[in-house]
Design a protein around this ligand. Sequence first.
Ligand SMILES: [Zn+2]
Length: 320
Amino acid sequence: MLSAAGFSCLACRASEGRFVLEKAGLELRRCRSCGLVQQHPVPGAEALSAMYEQEAHYAGQLVRGEAEVLAREREVVAQLAARGASGPFLDVGAGAGLLLRAARERGFSGIALELSAPSAELIARTLDVAVHQAAIEEAPLAPESVGVVAFSHSLEHLGDPVGARVRRARELLRPGGLVHVAVPNWRAAKRVLAGRHTPWIYAHHISYFERRTLAALLRRAGFEPLSFTVGRFVGLDYPFILACLRRFRLERSLRRFLSMGERPLEELIADGVRIACPVWRYRAVVGCARLFLRLWPERLCCALGRGEELRATAVSAGAR
Ligand SMILES: [Zn+2]
């Protein structure tokens, strides 16, 4: 299970990676040289684009918990504005467009890049911004024409995170322009607790960053990190509860308690749950889950650098 043939670190190109975990055919390894955690093997460009073409529900999923996401995005935009950011605000992988909505509220002009057709259409319909259904390296934008480039939950999806896309971001930024990056935090307490069952360990996420590896990656791509913050993900996190139940092998007991048979636990957090057991049992389980999430000290975790979202602001190296 040690270093395997063919490992190549996406950040530093070192050829030795240590086995970290395996989940449903997905294997993660940690680079022995720079510490980046990444999938092994890394899916090819074709496999990656096929994944997204099938992803019709992406926008819809992201809109769940909209108010909380928007609150987080407003915080991000406020932090960038406090550093003197100016528009246009380019969002790479704009998803449901909430970061751009927050940017528009602050008076930035906006440009959305989004590969998923349903998401791109949603943004075009709801926001007064330019929308391109294109990758950043193909987008019809002039060099030094934007003030902010945001990679909000998109860097971890890239098969080549220091490659053409991030370099293009440097070209597009005006001197002194800022790059904003948000990624899931590998050092999050929730990730440590839920282990390989962590909901955001899945095929679409190629790289898994912590502060040190994100800083190294930004420097390699020609940016100088200005600040890092650790924040919380959105709202009540029932998938995290399911992950913990699996990690601590409580899945079968719960299924029996709720008379679920072999139905997947995910049904419990879907709309229109079918309940075969006495209702008090279901209510008791939901009550315990809510209590657990309410007591979960995410704010403390964030203060200790162990919150679930890692954010970085950086500037083109040499432009400080
Ligand atoms: Zn490396």
